[in-house]
Design a binder for this molecule. Sequence first.
Ligand SMILES: Cc1ncc(COP(=O)(O)O)c(C=O)c1O
Length: 397
Amino acid sequence: MSVPLLDVNAQNLPLEAELQAAFSKVLHSGRFIMGPEIEVFERDVAAMVDAKHGISVSSGTDALLLALMALNIGPGDEVICPAFTFFATAGAVSRLGAIPVFADICPVCFNLDLADTRRKITSKTKAIIPVHLFGQSADMDPLLALAKEHGLFIIEDAAQAIGSRYKGRACGSMGEFGCYSFFPSKNLGGFGDGGMVVTNDDDLAERAKVLRVHGSKPKYYHHHIGANFRMDTLQAALLQVKLSHYATYTQQRQANANAYTQALSAIDGIVQADPAHCKCAATQSAALAAQNARIVLPVAYAHNSHIWNQYTLRVLGEGQRDSLRDHLVKNSIGCEIYYPLTLDQQPCFADLPASSRTGCEVAHQMAHEVISLPIYGEMTDAQRNEVIAAIQSWLSA
Ligand SMILES: Cc1ncc(COP(=O)(O)O)c(C=O)c1O
């Protein structure tokens, strides 16, 4: 049996009648740009993530760009972000002429390492972008305190973490801005590109709204230089249909993650990551060696509610991850490497100052070890068992 990494039809097609009704409504209204569905969707997403304002945009990438623009980040400014994330986190910074400065990550939760983030702050630092990678929150309290101590903005890259929580607080509404993506592979997956920024600050919300429409207010009067960052009315109408099912999608992913962890941790050579090792990669390596671990399972910290955009294993030992990937592919099991090359190592950033690209060793190690398994909510028990069996057969080969 083949198991795809993701099957968007399994989630979307059961909603066909609802989606067609939403499409028809917009079609007949003729209001394809900033129609009333936009405001409804913004209001409901903002309410779900405890934010005062939601500003829908054309993609998660543009959400980041818009948030940075609204905070006046530009040439000469430095913005700290993790070395291990999707390109857009740093790409948005560079596009504004600012300098992304890469910080190392934690080998347990894959999120920003606080000590390294602190080391990377200079007099030019303006903001930090924590990424809630794979659907689990970064450790926000110390990060927010660090930002406050140095007068820095926090832009949360919550592209993979809409609805995820940290100590009960929603990912995305803890900093100045939170940025979401509705790319089809995200937990709230749309029908093309889409994104949203949220904020609790009235002035920042107003700036973002104006910048979203070329900086014009009133129409055709431009006090600022913005761009076209609007979400289509159709996209908002269709996403609204899925938003009403979102709690179920999250529960299904959480159930899959729990089932994986329960079954896989019972297999010899597989251990679950220990949150106690969050701040010390060396202690963790020693513990994993003592347990003869070959595969490390992801863990949700007790203070987080993880939404499992990805279920990401670490496969220890030179070449072992690629060997497992080849085995899974041969057995028709979908898998993906998020991410094979860290951002500090990307050729497009080679001209950045060396000081912005140092000390990301844990991130480099993760790029060689990680592999993500199918975790989408609609996968069947039989499919999940097939994935588990394939991993088991690789271990015993
Ligand atoms: C962490 C992260 N940031 C930003 C983005 C960009 O979102 P989009 O693809 O909607 O532009 C993504 C999406 O892949 C992401 O995973």
